[in-house]
Design a protein around this ligand. Structure first.
Ligand SMILES: [Zn+2]
Length: 414
């Protein structure tokens, strides 16, 4: 349904014409480089370093065989903010250190078979030397990253958030090193140098090549080097990276940390940059930041291409206070690559609810550390906890809120 133009590497129009033309050229000029040029000139897109290499390494004989039709499908999952509040870290604390894995137990049915799992750690995992701290300047134990990776299956990691600079550049560097040691498929959004910022994260899953780009609206701590955080208002950076990613990858994923906090309404800044990303050829936009859900839609780019757009996936893991902040979910979809292009299908949203116990007395006294018995649950199993935390609310009421907020362009699982 939503095909975009084929990529150079897999573009095989008028194969025979190319072969015949190339053969003539080979005879006439007798050079392999001419072959490569013919291949490149027949591409729908500007050649990239990758496709140059491909063309040069391919012998003419190898391409005389008829192209083998190939279809590859992978599944991807994405969710919103994972915030290591004080009470969440306290909940994970045990004699041996920290264990966050129980928090991911109930969502295993959704994530366990996903090839790619996008996650947004909203808090640094810079190491204990920077002090473990909660709101407003966060730093979670490094185990948080380990458990997100192990139990949460996170392998595409957003680092462009308003909290990434909570403790300065040294903490950003240490945080990046911790994530890198876990060897996810991709990390993007924060950088330790200008050269790092320029290098786009690419990864390949089952023969599909992805680019992962990440940008934030702003940083709470505004004192940072221009390279430290990718800010999308730097439109030169944004445009240049999206163009480069589009040329080099089958699928371009853009993470945007943006929007109006606690508002389910998409703001003008978001719609403007979603359109800009679609015009530049992005395939998937994953929005986080408002702490609540916003609509999912398809944004049409200037060449008629379609970009799956999640304006905000809300929160996944947190102990925030409001009903809507605890109502989240996991988005999933399939990505299929054929010889004619890439297709995104089977787009779904699986609602979750983050529950905890907090007595009326502790709540009245604003004793935040007293929040306990944390559980990330599938919404359908959270009815009793929702009703006890928020009289008048229920799983059914939350499901309706989610459907009204996400909209009818994607399927909301019940
Ligand atoms: Zn944020």
């Amino acid at each position: 349904m939503r095909y975009r133009k084929p990529q150079p590497k897999h573009f095989r129009p008028s194969k025979r014409v190319v072969i015949i033309g190339a053969s003539v050229l080979l005879v006439t000029i007798g050079g392999l480089s001419a072959w490569a040029m013919v291949k490149r000139n027949n591409s729908a897109y500007t050649a990239t370093n990758d496709s140059n290499t491909d063309a040069n390494s391919q012998s003419p004989q190898a391409t005389t065989a008829p192209p083998k039709p190939q279809t590859t499908t992978i599944t991807m999952a994405a969710s919103g903010d994972q915030i290591a509040h004080d009470s969440l870290v306290a909940f994970a604390r045990n004699n041996a250190g920290y264990d966050f894995t129980p928090l991911y137990q109930n969502i295993q049915p959704i994530i366990k078979n996903a090839d790619i799992v996008f996650c947004n750690p909203e808090t640094l995992v810079a190491g204990e030397q920077f002090g473990i701290s909660g709101y407003p300047a966060f730093n979670a134990p490094t185990q948080f990253a380990g458990d997100m990776t192990k139990a949460g299956k996170c392998n595409v990691i957003n680092q462009a958030t308003n909290h990434i600079n909570d403790k300065g550049q040294q903490a950003i560097n240490a945080n990046l090193a911790n994530w890198q040691s876990l060897q996810p498929l991709a990390i993007a959004g924060a950088n330790k140098s200008a050269a790092d910022q320029q290098a786009i994260s690419y990864f390949t899953v089952k023969d599909i090549k992805f680019a992962f780009l990440a940008y934030a609206d702003f940083s709470n701590n505004a004192n940072f080097a221009p390279y430290a955080i990718n800010i999308y208002h730097d439109t030169m950076l944004f445009d240049q990276q999206l163009k480069q990613a589009r040329s080099n990858a089958d699928v371009v994923i853009v993470s945007m940390h943006w929007g109006t906090e606690d508002s389910t309404t998409v703001n003008q800044d978001q719609t403007a940059f979603a359109k800009r990303a679609a015009d530049l050829g992005a395939d998937i936009l994953i929005g986080t930041g408002p702490h609540v859900l916003q609509k999912a839609t398809h944004t049409t780019g200037s060449s008629g291409n379609s970009m799956l757009t999640w304006y905000s996936l809300g929160n996944l893991l947190s102990t925030q206070l409001q009903l809507n902040e605890l109502t989240g979910g996991i988005a999933t979809w399939s990505i299929t690559k054929t010889d004619t292009g890439v297709k995104i299908s089977d787009v779904k949203f699986h609602p979750t609810f983050m529950s905890y116990s907090w007595s009326a007395d502790d709540r009245a006294a604003n004793n935040l550390l007293a929040r306990d018995n944390l559980a990330l649950q599938l919404l359908k199993n959270a009815d009793r906890d929702i009703q006890s935390m928020f009289p008048g609310a229920s799983a059914a009421e939350r499901l309706q809120f989610i459907k009204d907020t996400i909209g009818n362009e994607v399927t909301v699982s019940e």
